[in-house]
Write a protein that binds this ligand. Structure first.
Ligand code: NAP
Length: 277
């Protein structure tokens, strides 16, 4: 199948999610976020990842609402933060996120982190929100196998997505959760897919990039796409937002995919969710 910037994958509830999205963590709320989201839409992005804790939901929403591209053609994810867990608190946090975004609905609402002791009540509130119709899909983030097993033991609805830190440098480390999700039809979404630039100088990655006349960032994004993994690289700079979308005019051959698959070094750049009981 030929991939394009509009290519979606079907989630376990029939909703389609675009494979490439713009990450917005550490893009300052206000003009910087508005410009980043507007340029992304101009370059063809239709998927945006924010969170209440990022402090830029209102700017993401403003850029979306002022753009001529219809809301129905865009996909917006936000997340409930750790301090808002629990049934009532999560419902309130959702209302606040929707209000900040200024939208009628959210496409995907995620539990940002698997906070201990309140996971069950928080998930129940996401199920209630789904029933209510103001969110189209619900999922989790930073859930390892132990958190997913617990969730599946009480949930009425299986999460559609698990957003985790994923790049070739922790691909081996995360095989267990990837396999667990694949066999239960939970879509993996890769955050920090560019290693925040920490491995751009890796000679192995440079070698592949040179072979395809692409940048290390583009190779990392394309690698995720070819694994059918949703990928949400962040950039606040229009030229890089564009560069990160120029990944649909080439494909990585199978031998090179296998080579990149072997880059694992158990690298965890964000907090390690395996440490959350
Ligand atoms: P990332 O996407 O791996 O890397 C972002 C960094 O790379 C920024 O410093 C950016 O700088 C730079 N960059 C981007 N494109 C580049 C390019 N083409 N060439 C050189 N440098 C480039 O890291 P991330 O922000 O941690 O992850 C992406 C998104 O995932 C986040 O924005 C957020 O939406 C989500 N996320 C979720 C969680 C979670 O717990 N669920 C955790 C972390 C992240 P400039 O902005 O200056 O271009």
């Amino acid at each position: 199948m030929t991939l394009t910037i509009k290519t979606t994958t079907e989630l376990n509830n029939g909703i389609h999610i675009p494979l490439l999205g713009l990450g917005t963590w550490q893009i300052a709320g206000g003009q910087q976020t508005e410009e980043a989201v507007s340029s992304a839409i101009e370059y063809g992005y239709i998927h945006f990842d924010t969170a209440m804790i990022y402090g830029n939901e209102s700017s993401v929403g403003k850029a979306i609402k002022t753009d001529p591209v219809p809301r129905s053609e865009l996909f917006v994810t936000t997340k409930v933060w750790n301090t808002d867990h629990g049934y009532d608190q999560t419902l309130r946090a959702f209302d606040e996120s929707l209000n900040q975004l200024g939208l009628d609905y959210i496409d995907l609402y995620l539990i940002h982190w698997p906070v201990e002791n309140v996971r069950r009540d928080t998930w129940r509130s996401l199920e209630a929100l789904l029933e209510d119709g103001r969110v189209k899909t619900i999922g989790v983030s930073n859930y390892m196998v132990k958190h997913l097993e617990e969730l599946l033991s009480f949930s009425q609805i299986i999460p559609a997505v698990n957003q985790i830190e994923l790049h070739p440098y922790n691909y081996g480390l995360r095989q267990d959760v990837i396999e667990f999700c694949r066999t239960r039809d939970i879509q993996i979404e890769a955050y920090t897919p560019l290693t925040r630039g920490q491995r751009f100088d890796d000679p192995k990655l440079q070698k592949v990039a040179q072979k395809y006349s692409k940048t290390p960032a583009q190779i990392l994004i394309r690698w995720a796409l070819q694994h059918d993994i949703i990928v949400i690289p962040k950039s606040a700079r229009p030229e890089r937002i564009r560069e990160n979308a120029e990944v649909f005019d080439f494909s990585i051959g199978q031998k090179d995919m296998d080579f990149i698959d072997s880059f694992n070094e158990d690298l965890v750049i964000c907090w390690d969710p395996a440490d959350v009981p």
